[in-house]
Design a protein around this ligand. Structure first.
Ligand code: FES
Ligand code: FES
Length: 134
């Protein structure tokens, strides 16, 4: 112990929103250039609001905790507000991650943006916060 705080441990031991959605409106996959670990995020979007989100990852405990927290943070939010979430805000919500694990939270951040991008592409939507995203 000591390395991870209680919030991180809780989200690691009891991750929220794990799995896949039946009919996702958008799917994003992101692989970390640092370690090669993968993250998939799926979203359900209605009237530009994120109704549901699920994730699956081959990443480590910090990636699991980050995605668990990140999916909780975006569910119920307007898409453009969800797009304002960065790996830094995820880490802040978690109460901090050890420095060597910071890049694991980037997986959640990028996979969420890529899932929203997928939805936007398929539905001809333009959201603030997706400019320059591929
Ligand atoms: Fe691979 Fe964190 S996701 S070490
Ligand atoms: Fe892979 Fe952390 S080592 S994302």
């Amino acid at each position: 112990m000591g390395l991870y705080n209680d919030t991180v441990m809780d989200h690691f031991m009891n991750p929220r929103n794990v799995g896949e959605l039946e009919n996702p409106d958008g799917t994003g996959v992101y692989g970390s250039p640092v370690c090669g670990d993968m993250m998939q995020v799926q979203v359900k979007i209605e009237d530009d609001i994120i109704k549901d989100a699920k994730f699956k990852t081959f990443g480590c405990g910090s990636a699991i905790a980050s995605s668990s927290m990140a999916t909780e943070m975006i569910i119920g939010k307007p898409v453009e507000e969800a797009l304002e979430i960065t790996n830094k805000t995820i880490i802040d919500e978690l109460g901090g991650l050890p420095p060597v694990k910071v890049h694991c939270s980037v997986l959640a951040d990028h996979a969420i943006k890529s899932a929203i991008y997928d939805y936007a592409q398929k539905n001809g939507k333009h959201y603030k916060g997706l400019e320059g995203f591929d």
